[in-house]
Design a protein around this ligand. Sequence first.
Ligand SMILES: [Zn+2]
Ligand SMILES: [Zn+2]
Length: 202
Amino acid sequence: FQLSYSDKDRYEREERPDAQKQILVDIAKSLPIFTRATSGAIRFCDRCQVLKPDRSHHCSVCETCVLKMDHHCPWVNNCVGFSNYKFFLLFLSYSMVYCVFISASVFRFFINFWVGDLPNGPAKFHVLFLMFVALMFLVSLMFLLGYHCWLVVQNRSTLEAFSAPVFTTGPDRNGFNVGVRRNLQQVFGDNKRLWFLPLCTR
Ligand SMILES: [Zn+2]
Ligand SMILES: [Zn+2]
């Protein structure tokens, strides 16, 4: 998807925007590119100097184009996309299980706190802190994971959910939707037994 030396030279020498677009169209003919910019032009990243593969976007934080970019996640300080989407979803699921475990194991002491059975001291603060933080994260993760499950089933990235990908025939929200089963397989792999394990199964 990178321009060859001669193509790059030809592209940079050309001053007319229309002719530049045509150069990209010619190069894209030999590539598996099916999406277009909203204007109908071939998607090109000026910063990376590449023709953008379908579903990829440039991340200004990572300073590179990311395949099937979903979003840049400040929590994991990385982009979530083609190479790590499964691991991101598992991260959310495992975190949720952890929050459930924490709130369940603190629940007994939380009740003790309310009926006044807990001795004075730092334990009170610890119990309250654990309970509220675990519940707060549990609720936020539930919404986030729920939203992402919906995206996986529809075969959409967060970016595509906000603005539909544009094909040669026009914008199509369901352009990548190949049925629930195959949408799930694209993210989690063919072997169902490995879906919930942190292994690369695509
Ligand atoms: Zn880029
Ligand atoms: Zn990024």
